[in-house]
Design a protein. Structure first.
Length: 452
């Protein structure tokens, strides 16, 4: 980056007003406030001081490690027939095999910071930073512990990703369900909840949402809805946990809506969005790399949990990912993610054709514009189009007996309501298996309706 470009970036960041560190005191949990920083890991940066002899950490000597190099090959995003060989050796291998910084390897943290600038239009100096985690789920769990006390109320979009329900339940949180539809969180529902909140009862300080290709509903929140939610966050003083593992799996025909992280630039102050990204859906699920982006105070609280649990995300997997991303650059990364989203669009189209062929008149749905899930309502009562029945027994027993496995919608409702909805994933099945599965669902519904 040139000196003029750096100066322009600094000037741009200077015009953005970030919430002060003191603002987050009321948002941190009692446990987060009481947690002491690691006496060893907080001193790690000093080891890089020139001339300083460190007797600090109990790091094993790299000379005892048997690995001499690590090599992996990766397809090129611009030429499917070309492979790039990535070799980790020397100082890079030493770093990859050793304990590292809690927030992540510097090279990867710097690259991801640049990615957030590239993808979301945010600039360094706006009061945010990045931390690497062992998948975004790891970081979300730590964020929940850092923000919520036992018995707190929390706002969750409903239906909600099933993976967070145990997090909130284990803290005995009141999970306040905010209605959603194909356009995302219904801001009218959110406003009604907040404006009718009982006097004297602390309002929720956190809203959890998956705004692109939501698991389970497949919905992608519209620009208008996102802006309304941000406005309500300011008016009612809550933080937005933006869980966005499907951001790069958007394949809608309309221009992709900006993230909450980007849109908060239009707010009087930035700092109400804590964003979670994942490389699981676009590089590898098993490599377990995710990253959180947001106010430094909140990232520090998350890092404090990492420092006393796993110490850090695997240095080796971080280095492998960094070497790959560095070799690509941001444009090739974008090319790769566009190819991934096109792959899932084609999978979506296959599933949509099967749905129309076999479930027209037996189910209702809105095709997803991102992600890998269909959310559809079974019309189990042949005498009514209301579909007010419960899908639980039909999906857990009758569908399995006919050879198809899906999830009943109640799994995604934190307070255990009945629902006629079902979630199906289309990420793995080929066209033949999709046809079999949806046809078997048709037979299951017809039998439940008494029409078989």
């Amino acid at each position: 980056m040139t000196q003029n470009a750096t100066q322009a970036q600094n000037d741009s960041a200077a015009t953005v007003k970030a919430l002060p560190a003191s603002f987050y005191s009321d948002f941190l949990s009692n446990l987060a406030k009481e947690r002491k920083p690691s006496p060893i890991r907080t001193l790690y940066p000093l080891e890089k001081t020139p001339g300083l002899v460190s007797l600090l950490a109990g790091k094993p000597n790299a000379k005892t490690f048997p690995f001499t190099s690590v090599s992996v090959n990766a397809r090129s995003p611009t030429d499917a027939d070309k492979e790039t060989a990535l070799t980790i050796k020397g100082d890079e291998l030493s770093a990859a095999l050793q304990y590292g910084d809690t927030a992540g390897l510097k090279g990867l943290v710097d690259w991801i910071t640049g990615l957030q600038e590239f993808s979301h239009g945010r600039k360094r100096g706006e009061g945010w930073r990045v931390s690497i985690g062992s998948g975004s789920q790891d970081l979300i769990f730590k964020a929940v512990l850092a923000l919520l006390n036992d018995g707190d109320s929390v706002l969750v979009e409903s239906p909600v990703y099933a993976g967070v329900i145990p997090m909130f339940s284990s803290l005995h949180c009141e999970q306040v369900e905010v209605e959603t539809d194909a356009d995302g969180i219904r801001s009218s529902s959110l406003r009604s909840i907040l404006e009718q909140w009982p006097a004297g009862k602390p309002k929720p300080k956190v809203l959890y949402t998956v705004p692109y290709g939501c698991n389970p509903t497949g919905m992608t929140a519209t620009l208008e809805r996102r802006k309304e939610v941000l406005k309500l966050a300011r008016e009612h003083n809550f933080l937005i946990l933006e869980d966005d593992p499907y951001y790069y799996l958007y394949y809608g025909t309309a221009h992709r809506p900006p993230s909450y992280f980007h849109l908060e630039l239009e707010e009087p102050e930035v700092g109400r969005v804590l964003r979670f990204d994942s490389l699981s859906k676009i590089l590898s699920a098993g490599i377990r790399i995710g990253f959180a982006t947001g106010p430094e105070v909140l990232l520090n609280a998350i890092d404090a949990y990492t420092a006393t649990s796993s110490l850090q995300t695997s240095s080796l997997t971080q280095m492998i990912v960094f070497k790959l991303l560095e070799s690509w650059g941001y444009e090739d990364f974008k090319t790769h993610t566009l190819q991934v989203s096109q792959f899932y669009k084609e999978k979506r189209d296959v599933f949509e054709r099967a749905m129309k062929q076999h479930l027209t008149g037996l189910a209702e749905w809105t095709p997803p514009e991102a992600g890998m899930f269909y959310w559809f309502k079974l019309l189990l009562d042949s005498s009514s189009a209301s579909g007010a029945d419960d899908s639980e027994a039909v999906i857990r027993t009758k569908a399995v007996e006919k050879g198809v496995l899906a999830l009943p919608g109640t799994v995604f409702l934190p307070n255990g309501r009945k629902t006629a909805y079902v979630r199906a994933s289309f990420s793995l099945a080929d066209e033949e298996d999709v046809q079999k599965a949806v046809k078997r669902l048709r037979e299951t519904v017809l039998e439940a309706r008494g029409d078989a």
